[in-house]
Design a binder for this molecule. Structure first.
Ligand code: MGD
Ligand code: MGD
Ligand code: SF4
Ligand code: MO
Length: 713
């Protein structure tokens, strides 16, 4: 029996795991006490790696769909030839744009985001999509506009701050996102034990709100008003202090002008708390010895995600908390992802071209997934006829999933790089399964870029993969060749091919050239050094980094881009004018669950045992009005669809707001995932509306949805 220490790759917390292995089987997984980030913490999904690794439903070899809808195993060469031929034919006959590409969450986070991006560039299609447009694209846009780089996210300095302000995130369940910091419960308690304060702004009394002890129950969708009013109060009270940011920040006056009329008195009723409460939130934040404001998916899933992401950064700036210890900080990552993407042309972009049918501006080279169905359904030049799906289950993760299912059914070609036959990949002509994260050596270059401590981490494989299997890199490399893109045609392909054929060498070169690498007369970090150190090297707490981390042309932080100032004005006007809800309708929010990971981890018995979790949370008053009792099956209806789920009556949600988790709906007979199939739940994305979009990016505004709820007859 051997023990392997490596990072968990199921979520952004990247906990250190201690994995016991015998005969190439994972026997047990516990938290690694020696890990500088997680210190022994792990969640049930980390422990469930035992089952995920032994899952008999997981594909080990490629499969091909037969005319009757069943799948048969084929060899790798045959699979590459077939998939490559199908995609090449589309390219030749209908042009590059006839191929749509989607990079899903696991592919983007756990494996090969950087390389995949280069391959997609090589195909040369404008129809690029990814999970970003159901997730962080508002935050990426703001980072591009303010810092000049889509991958720069300020990290709340959790372990040193005196005041943490969390807006629309539930990190005790999600384990954090766009900040890698395992065990938020311990870290939040740490702030309180130091005499600090933690405030959680959320329409639901979440696990994080309970632990924090200070819950601000707002109406959903009005965060732009709340944060703008907080900045207005800080200005009015003469509490604006830029601190370090004064030396590198411009356009502060434009921001203050933009919020001048957004007073607590004007917005309180819409936000759902009193003007006095808004004032107190603002003054406590501004006068704390140090403070960090952090927002995540909640506001991203509304019409004003970009405005909110911007104002949250601005709140840190005007209180002197950007780039200072205890505030919102920046990392010094061993592999400089931000610099690499800037060099390879993926540092960021906005509206350099627009989508063919609905005219959506591209964000970082991608269109919103909400518009993929438009591009499939609408004939004409550039119509999407094929889909290369890399780790995405979009019929369950994108808005109006049923319309997308019908669209996918009408495509000529679907190729999936995915380890499962599931609700979406069942439509693929060929599925190419990559090996699992724990089966290969992994250098983490994504999450070290926004972790709460500087560190470098190399994870050894825990077990050896099936002898005849491929990594994502191999698969994409082979596909690129067969699709017939030549290096001459796309210079980026040369780089991509080199990087993908020997990823560790690319990383080694990147680390040596990075901020902790070779310096005159001293050897710095390298892959070799990491291996010798057993995988992880702690590089200490975050330190002030600005203006060195600014990628704008003049290395200045432009706090108030016109695009955002105008969007704020529009948001204020619309939100204040909005008529109150149709009395019959309820607003449907999502929620995450500790033992789920988006759409795909429900095939582990450990993660689905117990009672049905795919429930509708509803306030007792709303339930009573509709004659609904706890446990009743209810029918939930929106403009686009209808689902039935059990109701769970609770006071954790405000009146008028209900919640269903996403990631369920494992109801397709063809899928090969027996445990998930037996615990199907319903897909909330049968209800979500592909017309409800974030104002600037087209990100799915899942939480702006209005539904009716009735007891099922
Ligand atoms: N209503 C609603 N919808 C949502 C959300 C919400 O809050 N509410 N959240 C959104 C968010 S933030 C996100 S990120 C998206 C995520 O949605 P998707 O991008 O669709 O990602 P997942 O559902 O996490 O997983 C997708 C696929 O990855 C496959 N997979 C697993 N491991 C690997 C691997 O190692 N390699 C490859 N290539 N594939 C793998 C799985 O089998 C599965 O088919 O969902 C979004 N959808
Ligand atoms: N266990 C588990 N962990 C996960 C995932 C998972 O599926 N399961 N998914 C991963 C992914 S892909 C991501 S992107 C991250 C997301 O990480 P988080 O952002 O922490 O995601 P959520 O837990 O959905 O928290 C969002 C919160 O916003 C609240 N909210 C909704 N609307 C509004 C609003 O208008 N205003 C405010 N202020 N709040 C609002 C919701 O009630 C919810 O509590 O989690 C990751 N981690
Ligand atoms: S929180 Fe859970 S899923 Fe996320 S990295 Fe840690 S053990 Fe893995
Ligand atoms: Mo996400």
């Amino acid at each position: 029996m051997t023990t392997v220490r490596r990072a968990c790759q199921w979520c952004e917390a990247i906990c250190g795991l201690e994995i016991e292995v015998e005969d190439n089987r994972i026997l047990s997984v516990v938290g690694d006490e020696t890990d500088p980030l997680s210190q022994g913490f792990l969640c049930p999904k980390g422990a469930a790696t035992v089952e995920v690794a032994a899952d008999p439903d997981r594909l080990r070899t490629p499969v091909r769909r037969q005319p009757d809808g069943t799948f048969t195993e084929i060899g790798w060469d045959e699979a590459f030839d077939l998939a490559g031929d199908l995609l090449r034919k589309l390219r030749v006959e209908h042009g590059n744009d006839s191929i749509a590409t989607y990079i899903g969450n696991p592919a983007g986070t756990a494996t090969a985001a950087f390389h995949i991006g280069m391959l997609i560039d090589a195909i040369g299609t404008r129809n690029q999509f990814s999970a970003a447009s159901t997730d962080q694209s508002p935050q990426s846009l703001v980072s591009w506009l303010l810092f000049g780089n889509q991958f720069i996210f300020p990290v709340p300095d959790l372990d040193r701050t005196d005041h943490l302000f969390i807006l629309g995130a539930n990190p005790i369940v999600s384990n954090g996102s766009l900040v890698s910091a395992p065990d938020w419960r311990r870290r939040i308690r740490g702030i309180k034990d130091r005499g600090g304060k933690v405030v959680v702004v959320d329409p639901r009394r979440t696990e994080t709100a309970r632990t924090a002890g200070n819950h601000v129950a707002v109406r959903p969708g009005a965060d732009a008003l709340l944060v703008a009013a907080m900045i207005q109060v800080i200005d009015e009270e003469r509490l604006v202090r830029l601190g370090r940011a004064a030396t590198f920040t411009d356009e502060v006056d434009v921001l203050l002008d933009a919020v001048r009329e957004v007073t607590p008195e004007r917005v309180a009723a819409t936000v759902g708390i009193t003007a006095e409460e808004i004032r107190t939130l603002a003054i406590e934040f501004a006068t704390a010895p140090s403070a960090a404001a952090y927002s995540r998916i909640g506001p991203c899933h509304t019409r004003d995600g970009s405005v909110v992401a911007w104002l949250v950064i601005a709140l840190n700036v005007v209180t002197g908390n950007l780039d200072r210890v205890g505030g919102a900080m920046f990392t010094r990552p061993p592999f400089d992802l931000q610099k690499m993407v800037a060099l390879t042309g993926r540092g960021g972009s906005y509206d350099t071209h627009r989508s063919r049918v609905a005219g959506h501006p591209e964000v970082n080279g991608e269109y919103p997934i909400a518009t993929l169905a438009d591009e499939i359904e609408t004939p004409g030049e550039g119509q999407v006829r094929g889909l290369l799906l890399i780790g995405g289950n979009i019929t369950r993760s994108a808005p109006n999933g049923d319309r997308l299912t019908r669209g996918i059914e009408q495509l000529d070609v679907v190729i999936a790089v995915d380890p499962y036959i599931n609700e979406t990949t069942r439509h693929a002509d060929v599925i190419l399964p990559p090996i699992a994260p724990y089966e290969r050596e992994h250098f983490d270059y994504v999450f070290t870029t926004w972790a709460v401590r500087n560190h470098a981490r190399l994870s050894p494989p825990a077990i050896a993969p099936h002898p005849d299997s491929r990594t994502e890199h191999d698969i994409l490399n082979q596909l690129a060749r067969r699709i017939g893109v030549t290096v001459k045609e796309r210079a980026s392909l040369r780089l991509a091919t080199a990087a993908m054929s020997d990823p560790m060498r690319t990383f080694d070169l990147g680390i040596k050239a990075g901020p902790w690498g070779l310096r005159r007369g001293r050897t710095g970090l390298s892959i070799k050094k990491l291996r010798a150190a057993g995988g992880t090297i702690d590089l200490g707490p975050l330190t002030p980094e600005m203006p060195g981390r600014l990628f704008t042309d003049d290395q200045r932080l432009h706090l108030s881009p016109k695009l955002l100032v105008d969007a704020l004005a529009a948001a204020v006007e619309e939100l204040l004018a909005a008529a109150s809800n149709d009395a019959d309708q309820l607003q449907l929010l999502g929620r995450r669950q500790l033992r789920s990971k988006n759409t795909w981890m429900h095939n582990s018995p450990m993660l689905v045992k117990g009672r049905d979790r795919c429930t509708l949370l509803i306030h007792p008053n709303d339930a009573k009005e509709r004659g609904i009792e706890d446990g009743d099956t209810v029918t939930v209806t929106s403009r686009v669809g209808e689902v039935r789920v059990p109701a769970e009556v609770t006071e954790d949600l405000a009146i008028g707001v209900v919640s269903i988790p996403h990631g369920w709906g494992h109801d397709a007979d063809e899928m090969q995932a027996s445990v998930a199939r037996a615990n199907p739940g319903a897909s909330v994305n049968t209800l979500t509306d592909d017309r409800l979009l974030e104002r600037l990016t087209g990100n799915a505004a899942f939480s702006d949805l209005r539904v009716t709820v009735a007891r099922s007859g």
